[in-house]
Write a protein that binds this ligand. Structure first.
Ligand SMILES: *[C@@H]1O[C@H](CO)[C@@H](O)[C@H](O)[C@H]1NC(C)=O
Ligand SMILES: *[C@@H]1O[C@H](CO)[C@@H](O)[C@H](O)[C@H]1NC(C)=O
Ligand SMILES: *[C@@H]1O[C@H](CO)[C@@H](O)[C@H](O)[C@H]1NC(C)=O
Ligand SMILES: *[C@@H]1O[C@H](CO)[C@@H](O)[C@H](O)[C@H]1NC(C)=O
Ligand SMILES: *[C@@H]1O[C@H](CO)[C@@H](O)[C@H](O)[C@H]1NC(C)=O
Ligand SMILES: *[C@@H]1O[C@H](CO)[C@@H](O)[C@H](O)[C@H]1NC(C)=O
Ligand SMILES: *[C@@H]1O[C@H](CO)[C@@H](O)[C@H](O)[C@H]1NC(C)=O
Length: 761
């Protein structure tokens, strides 16, 4: 949250309605202005390309006569040069280099039974979705595979055995896939298969309301059902198998922020692989499930948060900044974060060290004395000893009070902070956001330094190639290329690097698969162009721009003085090829005249000046589509760099762009006003006495009866959870007196009495 509840509460002593909204809009815009001012470097891509400008690009073409619908491609696994892709009723086995489907083995096909299809269609799902979309693939060895599919909204998992003599897969065994695979191919689920076990983060019901993290078929262990403290409408983004634990990455409704209104936070959660569940009420429940917030924000007095995790890279050995030492790397990953849909459109990339994640889980827990209390760190003397996060040999031996603590404290107090203290790349745009990332880890460049090269997908079908060229602690990002890979602007859903006898970048949308080379050094014809690219993979050597770590280069500044053709460069390098590098854009604001910051006094005194604000606010968005690198060391400019000289032709604003900007600004301001008004009302009620609070919540609850209020549904569920926890939380099949008497009063009321016969799914 970049707007804090308390902050607003302090500045709003009076009843508000309209006047307050106006005032708050101003406060908000000013705050944003100061944030934008701190993004003091606008990075334009050095090169913009269309797919046809990319030499040796390949596109996967599926045999059209057999295709009569959407495939919802999902990259499941890679095996050497081959990648296995989950599709509609089949798994595709495609070469990452040629994108040809293999002819060596017969395709694994698995359509749903007609019976299941019929039921699915009766439940009014479309024919399109009543197919078997393969979402999960695990491998035991070269012969045995574990596969799960949506199976016409009745998920199933199968073991397949590969029969060498027939070159085909034979069905071995089938079981229910509920809790392992989503019902809907579009659901954001995740799964890791390791040591013959499938750890999945998904939903266990048709309506996709009951989220869970689960493992096991005969004696499953899972997260607590109907407990918003554990999982609250999560969208899973990824999962990793690390040492003795499985880590899950997701975004969810933030239960600790509910007093300030609805918000989504990004999370990392983990469980121990050897967790067998607890005893009594915790039978079949993880005893090692803990989660923490991921903080991706622009530092400042009021940090600007990118709260919605969208995708993660793989976990590997890297360094978020360039380094001169080959051994200066650490286990880490990169995440793609967005702002909420109703906010200013922004995306950021943040890097996280694994060691920082581990430290947070070793720290304090966050707790709440009762539903009406604030979320605060749990003091050490109230935390069980040994620290509950450690993986124990036998989880069945954990005592009941500790289990009670674990059940009521899944959230860690601290957030995981990004490496370098903030994002490594920021993007603001009216039209696109980041949607996927993959990293070429620690590539050695001609300057003998190592760089993590990021390939970032956007939801309008582009791929950006970017590095943090910063040495020392400064983050200074460069976007080397911006390639429109998907012609029809489809969102990129995943990216994958292949490194073998050749190097390729696989770009996937739900319906298309494209493979391009990792770099385009040889498309630069002059030394200046080669150097201006700032691509760590390219250097000018033997009269050619080549992919080799020696030759002429200037990754830090991209200035070609070192080149033999440097003198001529200014004149000749313009538009010789389609991929002519654009000179680095001017970073210094030309003037501050139209800047909203300058007219603070004007804004706060005019009550009828709404039109005024709106027009002005549009001037702080010159970044109609810009990627912003951050320089963490530079001081805040007194004013937003609202007039940035754009030398790139694409960046000239036409009347229609401005008109759109204006309309969007109006809409955004209105929305923002509404949201703040809403938050204030929530705050006000929560800071008053409990009776008022309950009255409010009942009031709120009654809204729910109106079926048209869909947009408010999420918070209702939460509110209901607090006002009537008993109805939701308790499976009352044990006498109340039998509930374990725990020393910690907060714990007792939250234990779910366990019924051994109860099936959790
Ligand atoms: C891949 O497919 C294309 C077109 O179908 C064909 O021309 C090419 O020879 C194939 N490549 C390989 C390595 O099989
Ligand atoms: C994919 O194809 C390769 C050969 O092209 C084969 O070796 C491999 O077994 C196939 N994998 C699956 C799961 O079909
Ligand atoms: C899955 O995530 C994408 C974006 O990350 C979002 O647009 C979509 O609505 C999500 N799907 C569901 C079923 O929530
Ligand atoms: C997130 O990071 C920012 C910047 O470092 C910091 O100011 C803020 O307090 C952090 N927020 C949380 C919840 O840790
Ligand atoms: C290694 O990298 C870290 C950043 O990840 C940096 O702070 C440190 O100074 C580097 N050490 C050396 C010796 O370059
Ligand atoms: C757990 O098991 C390992 C080996 O099985 C043993 O070395 C270790 O001491 C055990 N730890 C505890 C706390 O019992
Ligand atoms: C308000 O802005 C106008 C022009 O934008 C300026 O002439 C005027 O002096 C400003 N008023 C104050 C009080 O700053």
């Amino acid at each position: 949250m970049w707007f804090r509840c308390k902050h607003i509460a302090m500045v709003s002593p009076q009843p508000f309605p309209v006047r307050m909204h106006l005032y708050l809009q101003v406060v908000l815009l000013l705050e944003l202005c100061s944030q934008v001012a701190s993004w003091n470097m606008h990075v334009q891509p050095n090169v913009r390309l269309q797919l046809q400008d990319v030499s040796d690009a390949k596109k996967f073409i599926i045999n059209k006569d057999e295709e009569n619908g959407v495939n919802y491609y999902k990259l499941l696994m890679t095996e050497g040069e081959q990648m296995l892709i989950g599709a509609r009723n089949k798994i595709l086995n495609i070469s990452m280099v040629t994108l040809n489907e293999t002819t060596m083995t017969r395709r694994l096909e698995w359509p749903p039974r007609s019976h299941d299809t019929a039921i699915c269609e009766q439940k009014s799902q479309s024919k399109e979705l009543c197919q078997n979309y393969i979402r999960v693939l695990g491998k035991d060895n070269d012969q045995k595979y574990y596969v799960c599919g949506t199976h016409a909204f009745a998920p199933k998992c199968r073991k397949f055995e590969y029969q060498v003599e027939k070159s085909e897969f034979k069905l071995d065994q089938e079981e229910s896939g509920i809790g392992k695979c989503p019902f809907d191919p579009r659901h954001n689920s995740t799964a890791v298969y390791t040591d013959g076990k499938l750890y999945a983060g998904t939903v266990s019901d048709f309506q996709a309301m009951l989220s869970l993290i689960m493992e096991g078929t005969e004696s499953p262990r899972r997260t607590v059902e109907h407990d918003s403290n554990w999982l609250n409408k999560p969208n899973f983004v990824g999962s990793f198998d690390i040492d003795d634990k499985i880590y899950f990455f997701f975004r969810e409704m933030a239960v600790e922020n509910i007093n300030c209104g609805k918000a989504t936070f990004s999370r990392v959660a983990r469980i121990c692989k050897n967790d067998q569940g607890g005893i009594t009420a915790m039978k079949g429940i993880w005893t090692s499930f803990f989660k923490a917030r991921l903080n991706c924000s622009i530092p400042g007095e009021f940090p600007f948060y990118f709260d919605e995790l969208k995708a993660t890279s793989e976990l590997s050995q890297g360094n978020y900044m360039s380094t001169a030492k080959s051994d200066n790397r650490t286990r880490m990953f990169y995440g793609v974060f967005n702002t909420p849909d109703n906010s200013i459109r922004g995306s950021a990339i943040c890097a996280y060290r694994y060691s920082d994640i581990v430290n947070v889980f070793n720290g304090k827990f966050k707790g709440q004395e009762s539903a009406a209390h604030n979320w605060l760190p749990v003091p050490e003397f109230k935390t069980p000893n040994p620290h509950p996060q450690a993986c124990v040999n036998n989880s069945l031996e954990i005592d009941v009070p500790t289990l009670g603590f674990i059940k009521s404290h899944p959230l860690m107090d601290a957030a995981v902070q990004p490496a370098g203290g903030g994002p490594v790349l920021i993007h603001t745009s009216f039209s696109s956001r980041f949607s996927a990332i993959t990293v070429d880890w620690q590539v050695i460049a001609a300057d003998n330094r190592f760089y993590d090269i990021m390939y970032i997908g956007t939801d309008d079908g582009r791929v950006l190639k970017a590095i943090n060229k910063g040495q020392g602690s400064d983050v200074e990002s460069v976007v080397i290329e911006d390639i429109q890979v998907m012609a029809n602007n489809e969102p990129i859903v995943s990216l994958k690097i292949y490194k073998g006898h050749t190097e390729r970048l696989i770009v996937m949308s739900q319906e298309n698969i494209v493979s391009i080379p990792l770099h385009r050094c040889n498309q630069q014809k002059t030394c200046s162009d080669c150097v201006k690219l700032q691509d760590p993979q390219c250097a000018w050597s033997d009269g050619k721009c080549m992919a080799r770590p020696k030759g002429i280069h200037n990754i830090l500044h991209g200035t070609p003085e070192v080149c033999p053709d440097a003198g001529r460069a200014e004149g000749t390098s313009k538009r010789t090829t389609t991929s002519t590098p654009v000179p680095p854009p001017a970073i210094v604001p030309k003037s501050c005249k139209p800047c909203i910051c300058a007219s603070k006094a004007n804004l706060s005194e005019t009550e009828d000046g709404q039109q005024n604000h709106v027009t002005r606010s549009s001037t702080i968005t010159p970044a109609s589509d810009s990627v912003i690198g951050i320089n963490s060391k530079k001081e805040l400019l007194p004013c937003a760099p609202s007039v940035v000289e754009m030398r790139n032709d694409d960046q000239v604003y036409t009347a229609s762009t401005l008109a759109i900007a204006l309309v969007i600004s109006v809409v955004v301001s209105m929305l923002v006003g509404l949201v703040i008004g809403y938050r204030i009302s929530v705050c006000r009620h929560h800071t008053r006495n409990p009776e008022q609070m309950i009255a409010y919540e009942q009031n709120f609850g009654s809204l729910r009866k109106n079926p048209n209020r869909h947009s408010l549904d999420g918070s209702h569920n939460l509110m209901n959870h607090y006002t009537e926890p008993k109805k939701l939380n308790f499976v009352s099949n044990l006498p109340a007196s039998k509930s374990p008497n725990l020393p910690n009063g907060t714990v007792e009321s939250k234990i779910i009495p366990n019924n051994p016969n109860k099936t959790y799914i």
